[in-house]
Design a protein around this ligand. Structure first.
Ligand code: FAD
Length: 289
């Protein structure tokens, strides 16, 4: 099933994310975590694509396992910066052969030391979106950045390029993580003004340790509000307390989004079924409304 058909329904959809193992040796652990996450009955599970393209085989393998064996719809991420156009095309054809209907089209981070752009590679995600559109009847998602993408100095440029990407054939958008919902509401207002009308799934990351917070900040440049920093300051050295507080913070963000009319939410569950399960437990009544 195409994910966009689900997202357009007038009901709440919660999705989760897993990342594939870097080597075949780690496959069983990821498979087991994925199975437990599927047991929470999400609307779909997305499978990331390792920076550098090294997980390509396992992304496709896990995405088809989720769909065919676990009976949950899957979304395969695909990046293009670290592969040639021909290599990317091979991955698209493989996804098609496996019956995968949903792809999250991403540029990926530019690998260090690489001369970029180069003739044989896509420069921006919108070019990948066009290539996927030409290759078959896929539902295509893409990334967006409520706080602006780190490479862009001006948020207006970010939104201009986002419009170009959506117009190339994107069905829905998923946001980078954020920890202040007002930033998301402001972003939604600005992109709607710019004529971007596709569904936008806020991406919620439950932060359950100080180390994870540091990594997330480095990766996305996100701003952590005072309320979050106070929580980290008080509980950061107590792993169990920090985990509980981080789950509560993410739950609170989700409840606020749902209370304000958001219908579709993506949770960066990061192969941690017990955290995904706690959040679903916290939302058990809320998502029935
Ligand atoms: P683009 O949309 O191409 O944008 C990249 C930059 O170029 C932006 O600054 C944009 O404003 C600018 N730009 C776009 N078009 C133009 C243009 N025509 N002219 C000038 N500038 C332009 N990374 C992974 O490696 N694997 C994953 O699985 C993965 N999953 C992700 C999922 C989500 C929901 C998000 C938000 C990010 C994910 N990433 C992943 C990270 C992503 O690959 C990086 O943030 C990357 O730097 C940008 O990718 P993009 O697809 O947004 O690129």
């Amino acid at each position: 099933m195409k994910i966009i058909d689900r997202l357009l329904e007038d009901k709440i959809h919660i999705s989760f994310e897993v990342f594939p193992p870097k080597t075949d040796a780690g496959y069983e652990k990821v498979r087991s975590a994925t199975e437990q996450i599927a047991g929470l009955h999400p609307s779909y599970i997305s499978v990331t694509y390792g920076a550098g393209g090294g997980t390509s085989k396992n992304t496709a393998k896990i995405a088809s396992y989720i769909r065919d064996e676990l009976g949950v719809e899957s979304l395969a991420h695909l990046t293009c910066a670290s592969s040639t156009k021909a290599e990317v095309q091979t991955v698209i054809e493989n996804l098609k052969a496996l019956g995968i209907e949903n792809i999250l089209a991403l540029r990926g981070d530019i690998p260090e030391g690489m001369v970029f752009p180069s003739e044989d590679r896509y420069h921006y995600a919108y070019e990948l979106v066009e290539a996927i559109r030409r290759s078959g009847d896929f539902c295509i998602g893409a990334a967006c950045y409520p706080e602006g993408h780190v490479e862009n100095e001006h948020k207006e440029d970010d939104i201009k390029f986002l419009k170009q990407k959506v117009d190339s054939g994107v069905d829905f958008l998923t946001t980078q993580m954020f920890f202040d919902n007002d930033i998301h509401y402001n972003f939604l207002y600005r992109i709607r003004e710019a004529g971007i009308t596709v569904p936008v799934l806020p991406g919620i990351m439950p932060i359950t340790s100080a180390a994870q917070m540091k990594r997330s900040q480095e990766l996305s440049g996100t701003v952590f509000p005072r309320r979050f920093l106070a929580m980290l300051d008080r509980f950061g050295d107590h792993p169990k307390a920090m985990e509980q507080a981080g789950i509560a913070y993410a739950t609170d963000q989700i409840i606020d989004l749902l209370a304000n009319g958001v219908k579709n939410i993506h949770i960066y569950s990061m192969n941690k079924p017990h955290i995904a399960a706690k959040i679903m437990e916290n939302l058990s009544e809320v998502i029935q409304c």
